[in-house]
Design a protein around this ligand. Structure first.
Ligand SMILES: Nc1nc2c(c(=O)[nH]1)N[C@H]1C(S)=C(S)[C@@H](COP(=O)(O)OP(=O)(O)OC[C@H]3O[C@@H](n4cnc5c(=O)[nH]c(N)nc54)[C@H](O)[C@@H]3O)O[C@H]1N2
Ligand SMILES: Nc1nc2c(c(=O)[nH]1)N[C@H]1C(S)=C(S)[C@@H](COP(=O)(O)OP(=O)(O)OC[C@H]3O[C@@H](n4cnc5c(=O)[nH]c(N)nc54)[C@H](O)[C@@H]3O)O[C@H]1N2
Ligand code: SF4
Ligand SMILES: [Mo]
Length: 883
């Protein structure tokens, strides 16, 4: 194996090239950014930089299981095939379903879709992209006639005005954000507008932050179209030559938008701010509008995305350098999933189930025995059908719906009573795996080969550099082996991912002749060696453009039947749910910088859990005081759907009346923090994407008698509690706990008697605090502190001291050194720099991010914390830092 393997990061849709060095330290791989990869040119964010922490066989699903029984692959796949066939025989193919993911590689995804749609003969394969990109897909198809992202990353750097709406890209697409920050630093005249009801890290770079009323983007962009028309800031030539239905749409927009003040009021903005934004947009030829989940995850998201596309069409700013709308994709292979037709209403290679010609074309190409004639069930309807007993067999691959679907408790109940749930995953324990009848061990990042396509349509190779752990297999192989058992050996005779990729490319070229955007005709005859050395390339890749294509639509040719783009008239809607006296706060949900989704991989890195280590709800200071809350208090969050217990955090970036929770925590890592148990399954009627961003909730402080921290070598049983949250910390596990029933040292010693042989104990005379250090063979194996207020410890000091075992139990029990402890928030995960140190650097005269970096090293590696550093530079109050 080569000492350096060039591969692609498995996290976000930026799709950064990663160099894996296997030769520096034989016990540990090292990663660095690939200087030659056109997505990142050598940069990596903090998640990418921590990839080495997340690989290996620890906590992995290593063998197939039926129930609790470990079985062979033959047994597991025979059982899966038998159960699948029995359901089909008795109830027909629509009683079975696959639920897949934008984290599958294109080759895995292609065979899953082919098996379901061409051979099982149902369209019941949907994907977590339904929760993520389906709105952008639907909007693109309605307006452009195809699901095409017209621009590329370079456009973000070339723009004179960059509008970022519904995206916290400083945290979610950090390397793209860094590219933008670098472009702005070089060309300060470049303007950035951030549209988000919260003030996020992304807004730190903004010249203008529009802190709009949640869900009001439709009014904002519909109003913008009307304003552009009124101020003659449109490209009439482009409109006339290349679009349909402009006049009717523009007229309706004008009629319903009213004057500027009306739009401003609907969006919760002042008129002057809105006017500035509209002026900038009207006056700037090179304008790019980036949109993400603040737009997509809405009950009227397709209209909102459409309204954005309209403004670009009306100004002819599409597919030109520095001028384009840009839907940025979330998952590493969200785009690849769209290419292979992973959504229940699509066919492979950007074709549609509803289109008889497309069905016929794909049927002929696959020589498929059974093609569905109508779309399958979209994710929310699919889980409803499981709950109703209509779908009796479901195979879930590379996604964790018990955590990530709206109305997540209902999803859990649906799976709990489903006849057969098969789950392929690479880790051993997830909320969804807990409900599987058959568990199939999948190979993970670094262990499998294939391709992914990033946000700018760039196909990159993921390459293996590790052996397959245990009996795990790549997903394409598992699916293919099942297809063989179902009698389709000939159509699934693949021996390697390159075989699948060639077929995928051939289908894209089949009877295409320029009629479909997705075209890999230039890659149909790749040899296995060519595939191995494939360099990152943007589709379409045609014979006359073998090096790929950066932009679409610059020539005004769209993929509708008459080649003209369409304006689609749609009246903007407010958020689907409104607050009332019972549920007075509007809850928003999304991502944090250092975690990936349901934490199955990123929570294996202690470093990534230091930035934010517990589930929380962010509230404005005013709401905190109305509710009588202090920063860090545990609260119950209640919605019409369910409840959670998390820590309240004061965050001035929230507007009063709104709240924010992260999507990451789940039952593996916390007692009750799955945000999706709060979220109603209200979806966009066109795309079926759920409205995750606006949920009315109420908040109550949880009355608790004690708070505790448990640090142990191995997971220990917990005393009776109301709240727990656990995380790994190198050789230890750290658990935060709180409860209201009395817990005594005696009870704990009994509870942990199997793991601990000797105790050092400090208990105060009233029994309100407990401090225990547990030893086994004279080595500390657990440390416990309980008191009425949350204990504050200097964690790095304590973990090191426990590891070294050179302090007395009395010294250890304090949880911090006698002086100089730093318990302030960790800002730079890479160099472990805390807030207190940064504040002291600022006090010593460091007045820029660069100076702070030179003085403390913060922000000098991956740069993910630079927005935080900017925020600290403008914060006047220095929070309490020492414990
Ligand atoms: N660190 C990290 N990065 C990730 C991921 C991860 O799990 N962790 N996941 C990846 C995936 S799959 C995805 S889809 C992307 C998502 O990337 P983003 O879309 O950037 O992420 P979110 O945090 O879901 O939401 C984006 C922003 O929308 C805002 N918002 C909420 N309501 C509204 C509204 O009404 N209007 C507007 N304009 N904004 C609103 C939220 O306040 C939030 O700041 O991230 C990808 N990158
Ligand atoms: N409230 C709220 N809910 C949301 C969102 C939101 O913003 N708010 N965002 C939504 C969005 S955009 C998304 S994308 C989803 C994400 O939600 P999910 O897809 O459910 O989250 P992940 O944790 O990424 O799940 C991926 C699973 O696949 C496993 N895995 C990793 N690699 C492989 C592999 O190669 N093969 C196999 N078989 N398994 C693998 C992982 O261990 C993990 O269990 O959440 C959605 N839910
Ligand atoms: S920005 Fe970070 S998470 Fe996204 S692909 Fe690049 S390194 Fe991976
Ligand atoms: Mo996503």
């Amino acid at each position: 194996m080569n000492a350096v393997v060039r591969t692609t990061c498995p996290y976000c849709g930026v799709g950064c090239g990663v160099n894996v060095h296997t030769d520096i330290d034989p016990n540990r791989i090292q990663v660095s950014g690939d200087q030659q990869h056109p997505a990142n040119f050598g940069r990596l964010c903090v998640k990418g930089s921590a990839l080495a922490d997340t690989i290996g066989s620890k906590q992995r699903l290593l063998h197939p299981h039926i129930g609790e029984q470990r079985v062979s692959w033959d047994q597991a796949l025979d059982e899966t095939a038998t159960r699948l066939q029995n359901v089909i025989r008795e109830y027909g193919p629509d009683a079975v379903a696959f639920y897949v993911s934008g984290q599958l590689l294109t080759e895995d995804y292609y065979v899953a879709n082919k098996l379901m749609k061409g051979f099982i003969g149902s369209a019941n394969i949907d994907t977590n992209s339904r929760l993520c990109m389906s709105t952008a897909v639907a909007a693109h198809k309605r307006v452009f006639g195809s699901d095409t992202v017209p621009g590329c990353y370079e456009d973000l750097e070339l723009a004179d005005l960059l509008v970022i709406t519904g995206s916290n890209m400083a945290w979610t697409h950090p390397v793209v954000y860094q590219r933008i920050a670098a472009a702005k630093a070089e060309r300060p005249s470049m303007k950035i507008v951030v549209i988000d009801p919260r003030r996020t890290a992304t807004a730190e770079l903004a010249d203008l932050h529009l802190q709009i009323t949640p869900g009001s983007d439709g009014y904002l962009f519909d109003g913008l179209l009307a304003w552009l028309v009124m101020h003659l800031a449109i490209d009439t030539d482009f409109i006339l030559k290349h679009t349909d239905d402009f006049v009717a749409t523009a007229r309706s927009s004008r009629q319903r938008s009213g004057d500027l003040l009306t739009v401003a009021e609907r969006c919760g903005l002042d008129e002057q701010t809105l006017r500035t934004f509209y002026h900038w947009f009207a006056d700037t030829e090179r304008t790019v509008t980036v949109f993400s989940q603040g737009i997509n995850q809405s009950a009227s998201g397709v209209d909102k995305a459409g309204a954005i596309l309209h403004c670009h069409l009306a100004t002819g700013r599409i597919g030109k350098p520095g001028a384009t709308p840009f839907s940025i994709t979330g998952q590493p292979n969200a785009m690849g999933g769209r290419e292979v037709g992973g959504l229940a209403n699509q066919l492979a290679a950007h074709m549609d189930i509803d289109n008889a010609e497309h069905r016929d074309l794909v049927r002929r190409f696959w020589q498929a025995p059974a093609m569905p004639t109508r779309p399958g069930l979209k994710a929310v309807n699919l889980f409803d059908a499981i709950a109703d007993g209509k779908v009796k067999f479901v195979w879930i691959m590379a996604t964790n719906p018990v955590v990530s679907m709206p109305d997540a408790d209902k999803v859990r109940a649906a799976l709990a009573q489903c006849e057969t749930v098969v789950v392929s995953d690479c880790v051993a324990d997830t909320d969804t795996l807990r409900l599987a009848h058959i568990r199939l061990p999948a190979a993970g990042w670094g262990e499998k080969d294939g391709t992914v396509t990033n946000s700018e349509r760039r196909i990159s190779r993921q390459r293996a550099f590790l052996p397959l752990p245990g009996e795990s297999l790549p997903d394409w192989k598992i699916i293919t082996d099942l297809a063989h058992r179902l009698g389709y050996a000939e159509a699934f005779a693949y021996t390697c991912p390159a075989d699948i990729f060639r077929e995928h490319a051939e289908l894209s070229a089949f009877d295409n002749n320029g009629s479909r955007d997705f075209d890999l005709s230039g890659l149909t005859s790749l040899s296995n060696t060519d595939y191995d050395s494939l360099v990152p390339v943007q589709w379409p890749i045609r014979e006359h453009s073998p090096d790929g294509t950066s932009r679409f639509f610059g020539n005004g040719h769209f993929f509708t039947s008459n080649r003209r783009a369409r304006f689609i008239d749609g009246a903007p809607q407010p958020a689907a749910q409104q607050c009332d006296a019972n549920f007075p706060l509007m809850l928003n949900s999304g991502r944090i910088r250092d975690q990936w989704h349901t934490m199955t991989r990123t929570a294996r890195s202690a470093r990534l859990l230091q930035h934010i280590s517990e589930p929380f709800i962010e509230l404005h200071d005013k709401d905190m005081s109305v509710l009588g809350l202090n920063h860090g208090d545990l609260v119950q969050v209640l919605s019409r759907q369910g409840s959670c217990i998390v820590r309240a955090q004061e965050q001035s970036g929230q507007t009063p009346g709104t709240a924010f929770m992260p999507i990451h925590w789940n039952d593996v890592f916390a007692s009750r923090a799955r945000v999706d148990s709060l979220i109603a399954p209200i979806c966009d009627p066109v795309s079926g994407q759920p409205a995750f961003k606006q949920t009315p909730v109420s908040i109550d402080k949880v009355a608790l008698r004690w708070h505790a921290i448990l640090i142990s070598r191995e997971a220990l049983p917990l005393p009776d509690n109301r709240y727990w949250c656990r995380r790994p910390a190198d050789n230890w596990e750290v658990v935060s706990l709180a409860g209201d029933l009395t817990v005594s040292a005696a009870m704990l010693k009994k509870l942990w008697q199997d793991q601990v042989t000797d105790w050092a104990e400090l208990e105060d005379s009233y029994g309100h605090t407990v401090r225990l250090v547990g030893y086994r063979h004279a080595m500390p194996v657990c440390w416990f502190a309980l008191q009425p207020e949350p204990p504050r410890i200097d964690e790095s000091w304590l973990l090191e001291a426990l590891d070294r075992n050179d302090l007395s139990a009395l010294q250890l029990a304090r949880g911090a050194p006698s002086s100089g402890a730093d318990c302030s928030a960790l800002v730079c995960s890479c160099h472990q720099v805390r807030e207190a140190k940064i504040f002291s650097a600022i006090a010593d005269g460091c007045d820029s991010v660069e100076r702070i970096g030179a003085c403390t090293r913060a922000g000098t590696n991956c740069g993910s914390c630079i927005p935080d550093l900017r925020r600290l530079l403008t914060t006047n109050t220095v929070p309490e830092a020492l414990c």
